[in-house]
Structures are given as C-alpha cells and as structure tokens.
Design a protein around this ligand. Structure first.
Ligand SMILES: [Fe+2]
Length: 185
C-alpha cells in the first residue's frame, strides 16, 4: 500500500495518508468554472449527506468522500475518473468502497434512464459529462445495473453526489473522516 511511488497517472494502491493528501489538494480545485465549491467541498458535502441517510454504513460514507478522487489524479480524464478513483482506493479501503466509487457514473446513467425528471435536475458539469460517459442506459444496461447487490447504495451515493454542490455549505472537515478511513484499512 502506498509504495507505488508518487501520485501520478497510475495512482493505484494509495495508502490512507495519500488518499487524504490527495483529497486535500481538491481545496484548490473548483468543481467547475466559476463555482466557489471546490472538489474538497464536494467530497465533504457528499459524505455529510450520506451520513444523514446511512450513518452506520461506513463504507458508503468513505465512498462518498473519495468518489471523485480520480479528478485529482494528474492526467486522468473525466471519462476515466471513476475507474481511476476505484483503483486508487481499493487496496486501502476495500472492494465495496472501490466498487461503489466505480459505479457512481453508471448510477447517473441509470437514474437518467429510470427516473423522469432526473436528467433535468443535474448540474451543468454532470450534464456535460453524461454524453462522454455513454448517455442514458439502455434497457439491458438498466436491468443489469438494477440487479447488482450494490445498486441501492450506488444510487444513494449518486444522489448525494448530485446534491453535494452547495455554495457556502459548512460541513465536517477532512480531519473528521480520517479515523473512519483508517478504520477501513
Ligand atoms: Fe461527484
């Protein structure tokens, strides 16, 4: 864990300390052009929203915190960010966290296909990335996703992801989450 060299394009097997350091770099990365919400704010808000929904599911909370860490790895494009994030955290945080992270883009595509009005509510950055991510799911893809044991938690993560973009919202800081991450490693 964490012995694969500096964080770069192939950031796999990060340790908890490296994950926390990478998340902290998100403080300097606006979520989108002109937004005062940073990638770190978004991570913290997503985890905080999930804590309200499922306070005992520590793996889901961790997944919410790290789901967009792929955006903070140099050289990783938007279409690869979910997979990159999953592999970055799998060794330290476990398969369920990594799989939930990997599914957060698919969960958006699932909700666009299955929930009337969902697509219209998406933030502009999520709409912009949807086409590159495959657009709405086909009926076969919907059936396959819906059959996954992780589907309900992946959808919960996605809803928190969509809502965790509020300018000026004050939530628990990164230090609050470190013991939870350490407890999973
Ligand atoms: Fe996100």
């Amino acid at each position: 864990m964490g012995d694969n060299g500096p964080v770069g394009e192939s950031a796999t097997g990060l340790g908890v300390g490296e994950i926390v350091d990478l998340l902290a770099t998100g403080a300097a990365r606006p979520l989108r052009d002109g937004s005062s919400v940073s990638q770190l704010d978004h991570a913290l808000q997503t985890a905080a929203l999930l804590e309200r929904e499922a306070p005992d599911d520590r793996e889901l909370l961790a997944a919410g915190l790290v789901h967009d860490i792929g955006h903070l790895v140099p050289g990783v494009g938007d279409d690869a960010h979910a997979g990159a994030a999953a592999e970055a955290v799998r060794a330290a945080l476990g398969d369920r966290v990594a799989d939930l992270v990997a599914l957060h883009v698919q969960a958006k595509r699932y909700l666009v296909a299955t929930e009337p009005g969902y697509g219209a509510e998406l933030a502009s950055d999520s709409v912009a990335s949807l086409a590159n991510q495959g657009g709405s799911m086909s009926p076969d893809e919907v059936a396959a996703f819906g059959a996954l044991p992780l589907a309900p938690a992946a959808v919960a993560l996605r809803r928190a992801d969509d809502s965790g973009k509020v300018e000026g919202l004050v939530v628990r800081d990164l230090g609050h989450w470190v013991p939870l991450l350490q407890g999973l490693s």
